[in-house]
Design a protein around this ligand. Structure first.
Ligand SMILES: [Zn+2]
Length: 476
């Protein structure tokens, strides 16, 4: 702790800690249909229930949910034809702000599956060159449909279009984060016969640039490992590109992805997919700071007491440094007790709920009384403030001259100086390392006879992740 001790300076005032950092997300489901009145009702119910964050769709099946110059410049209607008379995103932002909710823009750029469709998509008809393309040896009716539902994520023109759409949203609307939907990404690894994509003109040309002597379609037969490695690298580049576009538009935005938990066993109703076939290496992307947080898809599984086991599997796969939150599908509002219980057992900042039906006023009231009676702030909104709140909980449990309490008071003093906006990367890194060291010290029983309970370990682990997030914010 020497480096830390050297930085200690007394600070005159303690921080005031108001709300619990707990992210309570609510997803607006387009399939129910939207009108200005229904949207206002739904957002107000979510606020009444105690949610503090709205995930609002900005781009779905190739249509924007706000009047978009980018869409028009690429030959599309400015807004989804269902919303030609009003601007759902502007309305959602206005009502959310009036109800005390933040908004994360929620985009589904890589999958236009009819299951999620509210208006037939036109984009890949207008831009056939943006479609994913099947390997010439595997043409079939199934694959032709697959091509129509999936733009090629590696196509630079399509990528630029999505970057333009995200930039417009970041410039014009008061969102605090952007969530990209990777749950049904068109590209997969594995044997060519299982996933014979993508062999569009742009993929072939880009592959030739990477390997001047090679032909993508031929390599797919003889050197599939190289093709998959290249697709993985290019998929990461697309994600990096989109992140840079959105952060260039507005630096303070959180950049979050929604992913399917391919690291867990597939639910029995679904096709078994090999664990290693996904072309996004999430642990690596999160470790490098390319993604702030992962939202874990419920994978069509109903919310049940298994959630704890599943979160434990996510934790084991994604690692100890990164942030993730579960998305839960809620049939019965009373089942929210399950994710609430999980929040108190694992180092996760919150959860995101997608309700299967609209909440009644009574249900919203019951949720607030049973689960969300305390006001909460969005944990990701200000990572330093969140870390301070968490470490202060540890301090409060270890007053009375315990070395842990003293250490927490010291760290709090230092962290408080990083408010309102963090600016000292190396100092935050030192705190992160010291917290990790402290956790290991406690796990090895080196603080005995001092008793440290599981809550304290969870607070320390979560605080360490938010200190890291603050450091990455400074570096960005
Ligand atoms: Zn392609």
């Amino acid at each position: 702790m020497n480096a830390l001790a050297a930085m200690l300076r007394p600070l005159p005032s303690e921080t005031a800690h108001v709300a619990v950092p707990q992210t309570r997300g609510y997803i607006i489901n387009l399939l129910r249909g939207l009108s200005p009145v229904s949207l206002e009702n739904e957002i107000q119910r979510a606020a009444q229930a105690g949610f503090n964050l709205l995930l609002f769709p900005i781009y779905n099946n190739g249509w924007t949910l706000f009047p978009s110059e980018a869409a028009r410049s690429y030959g599309m209607k400015r807004i989804s034809p269902l919303f030609s008379k009003w601007n759902p995103l502007a309305t959602a932002c206005r009502i959310a702000a009036a109800s005390g909710l933040s908004v994360w823009a929620y985009g589904r750029p890589f999958n236009f599956h009819p299951r999620f469709s509210i208006a037939d998509h036109k984009l890949l008809h207008s831009h056939p060159d943006w479609r994913l393309r099947t390997h010439p040896d595997y043409q079939s009716g199934y694959h032709r449909r697959y091509e129509l539902w999936h733009p090629c994520p590696l196509n630079p023109d399509y990528r630029r279009y999505i970057g333009d759409v995200l930039t417009e949203v970041a410039h014009a609307y008061p969102i605090t984060g952007a969530v990209l939907y990777y749950s049904s990404y068109g590209l997969h690894g594995g044997p060519l016969g299982d996933f014979p994509y993508c062999f569009c003109e742009s993929c072939k040309a880009q592959y030739r640039e990477a390997y001047p002597e090679a032909d993508l379609a031929v390599d797919a037969g003889s050197n599939i490992e190289r093709v998959r490695a290249w697709q993985l690298q290019m998929s990461h580049e697309t994600l990096d590109y989109l992140r840079h576009r959105i952060l260039r538009a507005r630096r303070a935005l959180r950049f979050i992805c929604r992913a399917r938990p391919h690291w867990r066993a597939e639910p029995p109703t679904q096709r078994v997919i090999d664990r290693n076939v996904r072309l996004m290496d999430w642990p690596e992307l999160m470790d490098s700071g390319a993604v702030d947080e992962l939202l874990i898809d419920p994978d069509d599984e109903p919310l049940s007491a298994d959630l704890g086991t599943r979160v434990a599997a996510d934790y084991a796969y994604l690692g100890d440094r990164v942030l993730f939150s579960p998305i839960v599908t809620v049939e019965d509002p009373a089942s929210l007790r399950i994710p609430i219980r999980v929040l108190y057992r694992y180092p996760i900042p919150g959860f995101i709920a997608q309700f299967q039906h609209l909440l009644s006023s009574d249900e919203a009231q019951a949720i607030r009384e049973s689960y969300f009676s305390e006001p909460a702030m969005i944990a990701e909104a200000n990572p330093v403030r969140t870390a301070i709140w968490l470490l202060d909980q540890v301090r409060l449990r270890h007053q009375d001259g315990s070395p842990l309490g003293t250490l927490m008071a010291d760290m709090l003093r230092i962290l408080t100086r990083q408010l309102p906006l963090p600016d000292n990367f190396s100092m935050l890194q030192v705190i992160e390392q010291n917290l990790l060291g402290l956790e290991q010290f406690i796990r090895r029983g080196r603080l005995e006879p001092l008793q440290v309970d599981d809550d304290v370990m969870r607070y320390l682990g979560l605080a360490r992740r938010f200190v890291r997030m603050a450091g990455l914010d400074v570096r960005a």
